[in-house]
Design a binder for this molecule. Structure first.
Ligand code: FA5
Length: 344
């Protein structure tokens, strides 16, 4: 049994030497000093041995137990120190390292162009007003001479808030023109206002169409306002944004809330008027609808059309940004590709 104890001691201490981790050390402890270990079993069997042998074996077994226990304590201390040192090294903060640069954010190109547009009109004496994205049928359609039955409703593919439940017919505004009525209800002429905001259309996207876009509505009401004032204002706008050289086209168009109505297009920036995919091979990109405010619309705003006249326009900000920066696909603006957005 003494020989067996000697072998046990050698084997245990040599295994302890190999241990490199605290988890392994625990397994070693269970194996060599635990209740089921050989050493414990020998210690338990001492009572069955004859007295002389019991003394010798007992002394040796206890000496081995103490040696293993002190080996365990030392090894544990050693491994804990190593563990602490490596985690300090890993988590340590080197205050001498240079700081990491924080990337500087920038405005998305659409708000940038929106700001430019607003500045041009502010310089011409227009004030800025804003209104709700969720609008009533009355402001978006009825008050603009587009009653329920009117075919012009088809011009605006509408997203209704809840067509089944909502008896009051709320919708996501399809254009910024409802702001014309809201403003007339609040302000008396003379009015010179621009009203920027988001509008929504239930339509498929392509290179020049998005389902969510920004518009800037313009409204001027005063005595003796004429179509010449509208043309002058829009030509000046184009001159400020696109320069003297860029061609502007005025054409008749129909909107129920203006009479007469016009459509304004700018020479395509991609092909300079020769025709390309972007402009549908026409050489022009339509940027806005406009016209002289319809007398019935003025009346709904409680403004006397016998005394006052006005003009209004509604322009697409994304289309203007495309022309400004020579971008040939409107969908790039909202794809959130940083490689694209970082260029502005
Ligand atoms: C209107 O929205 C009228 N409210 C404009 C108006 C205002 C007319 C005041 C008369 C008086 P229209 O649907 O054509 O009109 O849109 C105006 C401009 O918004 C267009 O010229 C175009 O630049 C832009 N636009 C319209 N639909 C889209 C779309 N799906 N994607 C991108 N831009 C669009």
């Amino acid at each position: 049994m003494l020989k067996q104890l000697k072998e046990l001691r050698r084997e245990a201490l040599s295994e302890l030497n190999q241990v490199n981790e605290l988890r392994e050390l625990n397994s070693w402890r269970v194996h060599h000093l635990g209740k089921k270990s050989k050493l414990t079993q020998i210690l338990r069997s001492l009572a069955t041995l004859p007295l002389e042998e019991r003394k010798k074996v007992g002394a040796q077994a206890n000496e081995i137990k103490r040696a293993l226990e002190s080996g365990l304590v030392e090894k544990k201390k050693f491994l804990e120190e190593i563990h602490l040192a490596t985690s300090l090294e890993r988590e340590g903060l080197d205050v001498t390292l240079p700081g990491r640069p924080v990337p500087i954010g920038r405005l998305h190109p659409i708000p940038q162009v929106l700001e430019e547009i607003c500045d041009v009109f502010k310089n011409m004496g227009f004030q800025v007003f804003e209104g709700p994205d969720v609008e009533w049928d009355y402001y978006n359609f009825e008050a603009l001479n587009i009653p329920q039955w009117h075919p012009a409703r088809d011009m605006f593919a509408t997203l209704w808030v809840d067509p089944e439940m909502d008896k009051e017919s709320r919708l996501l505004r399809t254009h910024t023109s409802p702001m014309q009525i809201r403003l007339m209800e609040k302000k008396r002429p003379p009015i010179r206002a621009i009203m920027p905001g988001r509008v929504y259309r239930y339509e498929a996207t392509d290179v020049t169409h998005e389902s969510m876009l920004y518009q800037v509505e313009g409204l001027a009401i005063d005595k003796d306002i004429t179509l010449a004032d509208l043309k002058g204002t829009l030509f000046e706008f184009s001159r400020c944004l696109f320069g003297e050289e860029r061609k502007v086209r005025f054409r008749c168009d129909y909107f129920p809330f203006v009479e007469p109505g016009v459509e304004v297009a700018i020479e395509c920036s991609a092909c300079h008027g020769t025709g390309c995919r972007l402009c549908g091979y026409s050489g022009w990109i339509e940027i806005l609808g406009a016209g002289m405010t319809h007398p019935d619309v003025l009346k709904r705003g409680d403004i006397d059309p016998e005394i006052y006249s006005g003009f209004a326009f509604g322009m697409g900000v994304e289309r203007i940004a495309m022309l400004r920066y020579g971008i040939d696909d409107i969908r790039l603006f909202y794809r959130n590709d940083l490689r694209f957005l970082k260029q502005f």
